[in-house]
Write a protein that binds this ligand. Structure first.
Ligand code: AHM
Ligand code: MG
Length: 327
């Protein structure tokens, strides 16, 4: 593939089932619209909050809702998703019964960055509709290992799309002139280890002892193995994982004691952790709850939260040892 392979050309030559390719193209088209709206948000009055809270009790930004509408409408007009579920919708929405795939998304990940010019993202998980064709919310309670595809868009200085349909993870850059996604890094390989960690250290007081010990270890100088690590934390999972995918290291959002109603941390399994995990694993990295692979967690609720440790194999294995108390 050369530098001018467009997303549609890549997908049509990739052996990905045409219906699945279509779902990924719809997600990319939605992402393109979100990227456009983000660039003009300050002008169009789409900054700030709506005054409402979402189903999870979190403050909703105007851009959260706009991004959600854009994606729902993209899938509605494309006709290629049976069911869509989102961080911003309490219940899944039936769109096209009979379509072979369902889609779950976080329309605007890291949206607290929008008003201050920071990077944000979109995360999409694509699931197969179960063979019985049932479209209840239970049909979406599938472990990450069975995802058909996943992608994320990072809206930073450039808009970047990273996708996998189970054979490698591939990076596309949005060409602002042609408005095409162009393949710029095929078959990504995450470095086996890195020099960076991303986590919200302000929450240290709420961390469990294993997490604290892990952090202390990363921060302790030891020239022979490259410590101390550096912190890079943007407040956007997509942006932080994107850096780690390219340069190595670990992102983690652990279980903590901050909110007794959220004993498993903050991030949602089905539309944040599972798809980001699939992408990183397809690039040779790992995604864990700290106890085992994210991809093996059997979901019990659509908006379920899990602890997440994702990145280079070396750092994720180390995190698991600290969380298990074996070091
Ligand atoms: P969001 O989907 O509502 O934006 O929440 C997820 C975000 C992640 O992108 C980010 O890593 C994390 O929440 C930041 O949370 P905190 O402010 O607790 O560090
Ligand atoms: Mg999010």
């Amino acid at each position: 593939m050369n530098a001018q392979t467009s997303l549609s050309r890549f997908l049509s030559g990739s052996g990905i089932p045409p219906n699945l390719a279509k779902v990924l193209l719809t997600a990319a088209a939605g992402g393109k619209r979100i990227s456009r709206e983000l660039r003009r948000a300050g002008l169009s009055g789409e900054t700030g909050i709506t005054g409402d809270k979402n189903v999870q009790g979190e403050v909703v930004k105007k851009m959260d809702l706009l991004a959600n509408e854009i994606l729902v409408e993209a899938f509605r007009s494309a006709g290629d998703a049976a069911l869509v579920a989102s961080e911003e919708m309490e219940e899944p929405l039936v769109l096209f019964p009979g379509a072979p795939y369902s889609v779950l998304f976080d329309p605007l990940d890291g949206s607290s960055n929008v008003d201050t010019g920071g990077s944000v993202g979109t995360i999409v998980s694509v699931q197969r509709v179960p063979p019985d064709g049932g479209l209840g919310r239970e049909s979406l309670l599938q472990p990450g290992s069975t995802q058909a595809a996943a992608c994320y868009l990072n809206y930073g200085p450039a808009t970047t799309l990273v996708l996998t349909a189970g054979s490698g993870a591939h990076l596309f850059s949005l060409d602002p002139d042609s408005e095409d996604f162009i393949l710029t890094m095929p078959s990504l390989q995450i470095p086996k280890r890195g020099k960076v960690y991303a986590t919200n250290e302000g929450q240290r007081a709420y961390h469990h002892p294993g997490t604290r010990k892990f952090l202390e270890y990363l921060q302790t100088p030891e020239k022979s193995d490259g410590r101390p690590y550096s912190t890079r934390y943007s407040g956007c999972l997509v942006t932080d994982v994107h850096r780690i995918l390219l340069e190595g290291g670990i992102y983690f959002y652990p279980a903590d004691t901050r909110d007794p109603k959220k004993p498993h941390g903050k991030l949602r399994l089905l539309y944040e952790c599972a798809p980001m995990g699939m992408i990183v694993e397809q690039a040779g990295g790992r995604a864990s709850t700290g106890r085992g692979p994210i991809s093996e967690v059997q979901p019990t609720q659509i908006h379920q939260r899990v602890p997440l440790y994702v990145g280079s194999p070396h750092e994720v294995a180390m995190a698991e040892e600290f969380e298990a108390g074996s070091r």
